[in-house]
Design a binder for this molecule. Structure first.
Ligand code: ZN
Length: 138
C-alpha cells in the first residue's frame, strides 16, 4: 500500500471540550475544525501536528461506534489513519491478502476524505483507517 504518512490518530474522548482544552492549553496546539458526522454518531475536533492530525472523537450516541468503544475500553487511542492513494485498489489488495475489511468500499469521513477501515482482528488489535484526499490526488 505504501502509505505516504500517518494522516491522523483518532482518540476517543468522553468530553470533547475538556480534551480540546488539554491539547490547546498544555500542548499549545490549535483546534482548527470541529465537525459533527451524524453518520458515525460522533463530533470530531482536529489539530494539525506537522503532516499528521489529531482527531478527537466524542460520541453523540451511546450506541454509536465511539460510544460502544468507550463503554468497552474507556477513553484512548481509537484508530490510526494512513494516507494512501487509490484507496479502492488498496482495499482490494488487503482483501486479497486475507484481511477482514470493515468497509468494502470507501465512504466519506471527516474533512471530505474517502475512508475505509480494516478490522482490528486482522491487524494485531489496532483499528486501521485508510484514507485518501481526492482533492489532492484527483
Ligand atoms: Zn479517522
Amino acid at each position: 500500500m505504501k502509505p505516504s504518512h500517518i494522516e491522523h490518530i483518532g482518540i476517543a474522548v468522553t468530553n470533547l471540550k475538556k480534551a480540546i482544552s488539554f491539547y490547546e492549553k498544555v500542548l499549545g496546539l490549535t483546534c482548527y475544525n470541529i465537525e459533527e458526522i451524524p453518520d458515525q454518531k460522533v463530533r470530531t475536533a482536529f489539530f494539525q501536528v506537522g503532516q499528521t492530525k489529531i482527531e478527537l472523537l466524542e460520541s453523540t450516541d451511546p450506541e454509536g461506534p465511539i460510544g460502544k468503544f468507550i463503554q468497552k475500553k474507556g477513553e484512548g487511542i481509537h484508530h490510526i489513519a494512513f494516507s494512501v492513494e487509490k484507496i479502492e485498489e488498496q482495499l482490494m489488495y488487503a482483501a486479497n491478502m486475507g484481511i477482514t475489511l470493515i468497509d468494502c468500499k470507501p465512504r466519506k469521513g471527516a474533512e471530505g476524505l474517502d475512508i475505509a477501515f480494516l478490522h482490528p482482528k486482522a491487524t494485531s488489535g489496532v483499528l486501521i483507517e485508510l484514507c485518501e484526499d481526492k482533492h489532492i490526488t484527483g
